[in-house]
Write a protein that binds this ligand. Structure first.
Ligand code: TRP
Length: 324
């Protein structure tokens, strides 16, 4: 039996990896890559819903690719590729749109949110979930790790795949499963509310130290004094500490929360140190890859052709089935 496949994607829109994405999506991908064939796709066509400046798009793409490689472990076998290098991806999208009900698309949160923000939206924003479906089902993907805001898109992918299978009376497309790390989804943002794009309350993995410090120092806490006991399980700072600290370190900090002479300011500095140490190596690698991007381009080219070959094979069978 062939290895199961796992795939996820990120848009190149000028937003970078935040810790929600890192722990919710990126780390599960790395963990799964040990026993599944794993793909990480840069969704550059998807970026066109909002990025119309070629220079920014190129820059964003480069930065995100460097982030990926900076965060991979040394022995990573994750296949990174660019959506736009997959020859038939938009043909696939068109064919899928012929089995996608309009009423389904009207229910998309992403589209409704954009509609609320802008007076006019483009058709790419409207069709976004169909392209995302093509991204997934062109490779017979089993599992898609995503941040919870993508949950509905995964439901759409299943619905659309199922509609196709029903229409053409065969199990041609595999139905993908979303993988959502529930434990990570409850981690608060730096304002104490749930982490969310609309609140812009993330810590970003590659934030510089000054920005990080400012953000961490601004986290709201209780008003207990230095010598009062504090409840770590009811504290945004401690919730974040748990992401980066070993279990020994966590129990050490728990004890400090109960002891004299330890205030929230101390806990915040501890969080800052843990965060910086956690990503220290990745930061160095990131700078290195920005300078030596050609090293990555070589790998990327061969992975692009690999991804393209899988999708092309699927596409060739597809056009037989539909009678083109
Ligand atoms: N829509 C995803 C996001 O905005 C990005 C994406 C595009 C994606 N294609 C995908 C994610 C396929 C998972 C699988 O974050």
């Amino acid at each position: 039996m062939s290895k199961k496949r796992i795939l996820t994607g990120i848009k190149a829109t000028g937003e970078w990896m935040h810790i929600g994405n890192y722990f919710g999506m990126f780390r599960p991908l790395i963990e799964n890559s040990k026993w599944r064939e794993s793909f990480l796709m840069l969704a550059d066509y998807h970026s066109l819903t909002s990025v119309h400046d070629p220079e920014s798009l190129r820059k964003n793409k480069k930065r995100i690719i460097c982030e990926f490689f900076a965060l991979f472990p040394e022995d990573s076998e994750i296949i990174v590729f660019e959506q736009s290098q997959v020859q038939h991806i938009n043909n696939m999208t068109w064919i899928l749109s012929s089995v996608t009900p309009y009423s389904l698309m009207l229910r998309a949160h992403s589209f409704k949110d954009s509609q609320n923000k802008n007076s006019e939206i483009n058709m790419a924003t409207f069709n976004y979930p169909i392209l995302m479906t093509a991204d997934i089902i062109s490779y017979d993907v089993d599992i898609v790790p995503v941040w919870k805001d993508q949950k509905q898109h995964l439901e759409f992918a299943r619905d659309i795949a199922q509609n196709f299978n029903k229409t053409y009376k065969q199990e041609f497309f595999k139905l993908p499963e979303a993988h959502i790390e529930e434990s990570v989804m409850t981690i608060p943002g730096i304002d104490g509310r749930k982490m969310s794009k609309s609140y812009n309350n993330f810590l970003w993995v590659f934030d510089d130290e000054k920005t990080l410090k400012k953000k961490i120092m601004s986290i709201p806490t209780g008003s207990e004094g230095l010598d009062d006991p504090k409840d770590p399980d009811n504290c945004t700072v401690f919730s974040l500490i748990q992401l980066f600290a070993s279990s020994e370190k966590q129990s050490e900090i728990r004890q400090k929360y109960a002891a004299w002479g330890y205030g929230y300011g101390h806990a915040k500095l501890e969080l800052l140190d843990l965060f910086v140490a956690y990503y220290a190596q990745a930061r160095d690698k990131y700078e290195y890859y920005l300078e030596n991007f050609h090293e990555l381009e070589k790998k990327l080219n061969s992975w692009n052709s690999y991804a393209n070959s899988i999708a092309t094979k699927k596409f060739n069978s597809l056009i037989q089935i539909i009678g083109l």
